[in-house]
Design a protein around this ligand. Structure first.
Ligand SMILES: Cc1cc2nc3c(=O)[nH]c(=O)nc-3n(C[C@H](O)[C@H](O)[C@H](O)COP(=O)(O)OP(=O)(O)OC[C@H]3O[C@@H](n4cnc5c(N)ncnc54)[C@H](O)[C@@H]3O)c2cc1C
Length: 567
C-alpha cells in the first residue's frame, strides 16, 4: 500500500466518485468492487484497518452449519459458493479445513447432524445438484436468497469431498486431544479457514492496485451535503487532530457495528438507516501441547449450543460465545464468564483441566446484527446482509459475515451503478486476492528460521519475497519477534513501510497475530517483544527514543483495554 502520508495528500487534493467509510472486510470489499468497475474511490478507517469485527472472528470461511437449523438456506448456499470462490482467488490465505463431529460409546453419530451435513454437501457441490432431492434443496436455497447472484458459479480446483462417517481411530488421529475419551466414530466434513485481518489487508491491497486511496486513523465526523458538488465527508486525523473534507459524489457506509451512528442530518424515515443489535463473541487460544488438534471439532456446550475447537496458526482456538451486548464497542473485552463457559465446554468434551493459566490469548468482537425489533436471542438473529439508502443518497451495507464480504460489496456497488445508469458489471469473482507462492521458491535469508518461510508464504503469498528482502537488511530483523513463533521482526518494519501500521498494537494484533497467540510473552513484566517491535516500527516512522518508550506503554494500555491476558 502507499504510505499514509501520500494517501492523505491524495485524499485532500482529489475529488472522488465514491468515499467508503470503514476499513473492515466490507469496506475493503466495496473499495475493490467499485475501483475495479472504474470508480475513483477513497476509503477512510477511523482506527486501524480490520480493527473492528474483522480481526475478531472465528476465522472460518464457511456456510455455517448452524444456520441450517434456522432454515437460513439462502445464506448458507451463498456462503458456500463464496467459500469455494475464496479458495480459488486466495489459495494461500483461505485453506480447506477438516471438521469432525465425534461420537462415543458406540453411539451412532447424531442423525440430525447427518441430515444437515447432507444438505451442506448438496449446496456446496455442483456435481451433486443434478439429483432430484438435491435440486429441491438448491431451489429452496435460491428462493430464500436475498442477495441475487447473477454470476457464473465458481469453478475451483478445490471441491470439498462429501462428508463421511469415520472410525474412532480416525477421530483420534485428527483430534489427538480426544485420545483419553476413546471416541468410537464420528462424521468428517469440510470447511475453510483464514486469517481474517490479513484477508482485509489483502483485499485493500488489491483495491489500491485498481486506484483506490485508503488511509487509516481518519474518522468520519460528518456527512457533507447530498450528492452534489460539496458532497463527501468531513474527517478528523487521529494523529494530528486536523479536520478536512474528503470530497466524493457518493458515500457508502460500511462501518459494521457502528453503522447506525453515521446518519445524514435529514432523514425521511428511520427505515432508511439500520438499527444494530450488537452481540459479543469471545474466543480464547491455548497451546497445541495442551489441546492437540489437527482438525476442527464441534464441541457441545449445553442447551443445544456448540462451540468450535480449531487448529489455527500453531495454537488451538476455542469459540465462540454469542450474547447480546450493550457495552463499549470500540474496545470489546472478553468477559470472565465467557472465558469460563468456553473452558468448561472444552474440558467437559476433551476430558481436560484447562484453566485460565493455560490461555495463550483471548479476544472478543461484536457482530453487526440488524435489529428487527423482535426479542429473539442474538444466536437466532439472521446473519443476512442488508442494504439501506437514505433519500439524501447515503448507502449503508451491514450485517452479513466475513465469508460473504464479496456479495455484500457487490450488493452496495450494484446499487450505485444502477443509480448512475452505468454499464459496469461486477468483476470481483475474477480478481485474484494476492498471489500464492511456492515456499521453496522463497530466497533463504541468514538467520530466518525454516518454519518462518511457510508462515510468510501463507500470510503474504508472493509479497513474502518483499518481507524477506526487509529481513535481509539487518540480522535483527531476520529474527522472530517472540522465540518459538515464526513471525519475524522484519514484519514490523515491512508493515510500517507498506501496510500503514502505525503502532505496536497494529503490528502485534493485526499484521501478525501474536497478540492472540503469544499473549503471556508479550505482556510478561520486562518482556522485550513490544520494545523490539516499537524500535523496528519507529525506525520506519521516525520515532525518537522517548516516542519508542511511549509507544510501548501505549501498547500495554491497548492490551489491557482489549483484555489480552497476562499470566
Ligand atoms: C465472535 C465473532 C465470530 C465470527 N466468526 C465468523 C466466522 O468465522 N466466519 C464468518 O464468515 N463471519 C464471522 N463473523 C462475522 C464477521 O466477522 C463480520 O460479519 C465482519 O467481520 C464484519 O465486517 P465489517 O467490515 O462489516 O465490520 P468491521 O470489521 O467492524 O469494520 C467496520 C470498520 O468501520 C470503522 N468505522 C466505524 N466508524 C467509523 C467512522 N466514523 N469513520 C471511519 N471508520 C469507521 C471501524 O473502526 C471498523 O474498522 C464473526 C463475528 C464475530 C463477532
Amino acid at each position: 500500500m502507499i504510505t499514509r502520508e501520500r494517501a492523505i495528500e491524495a485524499l485532500q487534493a482529489e475529488r472522488f466518485d465514491l468515499v467508503v467509510i470503514g476499513g473492515g472486510i466490507t469496506g475493503a470489499g466495496v473499495a475493490l468492487d467499485a475501483a475495479s468497475r472504474g470508480y475513483s474511490v477513497a476509503l477512510v478507517e477511523k482506527a486501524d484497518f480490520a480493527s473492528g469485527t474483522s480481526s475478531r472472528s472465528s476465522k472460518l470461511v464457511h456456510g455455517g452449519l448452524r444456520y441450517l437449523q434456522n432454515f437460513d438456506l439462502g445464506l448458507v448456499r451463498e456462503a458456500l459458493l463464496e467459500r469455494q470462490l475464496m479458495v480459488k482467488l486466495a489459495p494461500h490465505l483461505v485453506t480447506p479445513l477438516q471438521m469432525v463431529v465425534a461420537a462415543f460409546e458406540g453411539a451412532r453419530p447424531d442423525r440430525i447432524m447427518g441430515i444437515g451435513l447432507n444438505m451442506y454437501d448438496v449446496m456446496a457441490t455442483p456435481a451433486l445438484r443434478g439429483r432430484r432431492s438435491a435440486r429441491r434443496a438448491v431451489q429452496l436455497a435460491h428462493r430464500s436468497q436475498r442477495v441475487n447472484g447473477d454470476e457464473p458459479e465458481p469453478e475451483s480446483d478445490w471441491s470439498p469431498a462429501r462428508h463421511r462417517m469415520i472410525s474412532g481411530a480416525e477421530v483420534v488421529e485428527l483430534l489427538p486431544a480426544l485420545t483419553e475419551r476413546e471416541p468410537t466414530g464420528g462424521y468428517l466434513f469440510y470447511d475453510c479457514q483464514t486469517d481474517d485481518s490479513r484477508l482485509v489487508l489483502t483485499v485493500l491491497g488489491e483495491a489500491e492496485r485498481f486506484g483506490a486511496i485508503c488511509a487509516n486513523r481518519l474518522e468520519v465526523k460528518e456527512l457533507l451535503g447530498g450528492r452534489g458538488e460539496g458532497s463527501g465527508v468531513k474527517v478528523i486525523d487521529a494523529e494530528t487532530g486536523e479536520q478536512f473534507p474528503v470530497r466524493g459524489a457518493n458515500v457508502i457506509n460500511a462501518t459494521g457495528v457502528w453503522a447506525d451512528r453515521i446518519r445524514p442530518e435529514e432523514l425521511h424515515s428511520e427505515a432508511e438507516v439500520p438499527k444494530i443489535a450488537p452481540s459479543r463473541g469471545t474466543h480464547v487460544t491455548v497451546a497445541y501441547s495442551d489441546l492437540p488438534l489437527k482438525a476442527g471439532a464441534i464441541v457441545p456446550a449445553g442447551e443445544g449450543r456448540s462451540i468450535f475447537a480449531l487448529p489455527w496458526l500453531g495454537r488451538s482456538l476455542l469459540g465462540t460465545t454469542d450474547n447480546n451486548y450493550s457495552g463499549d464497542i470500540d474496545h470489546v473485552c472478553p468477559s470472565p464468564e465467557d472465558i469460563e463457559y468456553l473452558l468448561d465446554a472444552t474440558n467437559k468434551f476433551f476430558g481436560t483441566e484447562l484453566g485460565t493459566d493455560a490461555l495463550t490469548g483471548a479476544y472478543a468482537g461484536v457482530r453487526p446484527l440488524i435489529s428487527s425489533g423482535d426479542t429473539r436471542k442474538s444466536v437466532d438473529i439472521s446473519r443476512k446482509a442488508e442494504l439501506y439508502e437514505t433519500s439524501s443518497g447515503l448507502i449503508t451495507i451491514t450485517g452479513g459475515k466475513l465469508t460473504t464480504w464479496r456479495r455484500m460489496a457487490k450488493l452496495a456497488v450494484d446499487r450505485l451503478v444502477e443509480r448512475d445508469g452505468r454499464d459496469a458489471p461486477c468483476r470481483t469473482h475474477d480478481i485474484p486476492l494476492g498471489q500464492p507462492i511456492d515456499v521453496d521458491r522463497l530466497p533463504r535469508i541468514d538467520g530466518v528460521p525454516e518454519d518462518s518461510y511457510e508462515a510468510l508464504a501463507a500470510r503474504y503469498g508472493h509479497a513474502a519475497e518483499q518481507v524477506l528482502a526487509v529481513a535481509g537488511e539487518d540480522p535483527e530483523l531476520a529474527s522472530p519477534i517472540v522465540a518459538g513463533h515464526p513471525d519475524l521482526l522484519a514484519e514490523a518494519a515491512f508493515s510500517a513501510r507498506y501496510e500503514q501500521a502505525r503502532s505496536v498494537g497494529d503490528v502485534l494484533l493485526r499484521r501478525t497475530r501474536l497478540g492472540l497467540l503469544a499473549a503471556p510473552e508479550l505482556r510478561a513484566p520486562g518482556g522485550v517483544a513490544p520494545a523490539r517491535v516499537a524500535r523496528a516500527t519507529g525506525r520506519e516512522l521516525g520515532w525518537d527514543a522517548a516516542r519508542v518508550d511511549a509507544e510501548v506503554e501505549r501498547f500495554d494500555r491497548e492490551a489491557q483495554a482489549e483484555g489480552i491476558p497476562v499470566r
